[in-house]
Design a protein around this ligand. Structure first.
Ligand SMILES: [Fe+2]
Length: 257
């Protein structure tokens, strides 16, 4: 698949803000071989920047900086040997739960690259309303959530929609999964993604690559579908402009490069 898009010099190639390519940390890549295979796959699709975002889920996946840096160094070295010119940055994909709440209350949240945005996944938006205060404080303090693939949540009940809308109204951005457009996460997720695009509520599409067999079919298919739904301009906005701007801008708002 080849989609030619002209870009500013500092925004060359697609940029992925959500992936699970560091091996042995979560349910993503199982070994270094799978990590390299995943990077090569994204490179061939046209990606030139990847943010590595292992899961943080209470009691299931607890990240360790040392592990992250050891694996990142291994991956960088291997990718360099393969002659692949790709830029990496770091983040964490938090699942809303006790570890996330503890980290957010103690100022330990890890943001994506140098940005002031952190990646947050919800199993459901059926959240007790007193947590609004937690998000209000975080956002007022300059840290903003990017909601990871919210289209996979049902958003059926009034309270779920209300909590979701509250986060967006406070400045949370929406990252949809590129594979959602293919039906990989069900018809409802595909329809909700198309609806969010139509309403202009999506800021990013990301691969959420876990190195599963299904990812390798669904990601190129998702990019094709996004191109037909949102056109070349949409593709550029969701896969290049917005994610590049996010990762290239530091917390002070100044250009980090
Ligand atoms: Fe993820």
């Amino acid at each position: 698949m080849k989609i030619n898009i002209s870009e500013p010099e500092n925004q060359s190639g697609f940029c992925d803000i959500h992936s699970h390519l560091l091996h042995g940390l979560d349910d993503g890549a199982k070994n270094l071989g799978q990590s390299i295979e995943g990077v090569k796959f994204l490179y061939e699709l046209g990606y030139r920047r990847i943010c590595l975002t292992p899961h943080q889920q209470s009691g299931e996946y607890e990240y360790d900086f040392n592990d992250i840096h050891v694996r990142l160094d291994e991956l960088k070295e291997s990718v360099c040997k393969e002659g692949i010119d790709i830029e990496f940055s770091n983040g964490i994909e938090y699942l809303f739960g006790s570890s996330f709440i503890d980290d957010s209350q103690t100022g330990k949240l890890i943001t994506l690259g140098k940005s002031s945005y952190f990646l947050l996944e919800f199993e459901t938006f059926n959240i007790q309303s007193f947590y609004k205060n937690l998000f209000f404080k975080l956002i007022a303090g300059g840290l903003k959530p990017i909601l990871a693939h919210p289209e996979r949540c049902d958003l059926k009940s009034v309270s779920e929609k209300e909590f979701f809308d509250y986060l967006v109204s406070c400045g949370a951005l929406i990252q949809c999964g590129i594979t959602s457009l293919t039906g990989m996460w069900g018809r409802k997720a595909a329809d909700l993604t198309a609806h969010l695009i139509e309403k202009g509520r999506v800021s990013f599409f990301a691969t959420d690559l876990h190195c599963r067999k299904a990812d390798y079919h669904a990601i190129p298919e998702g990019i094709e579908r996004l191109a037909s739904l949102a056109g070349k301009d949409g593709l550029k906005k969701y896969l290049i402009k917005n994610p590049c701007e996010l990762l290239l801008v530091d917390k002070s708002g100044a250009d980090g490069k």
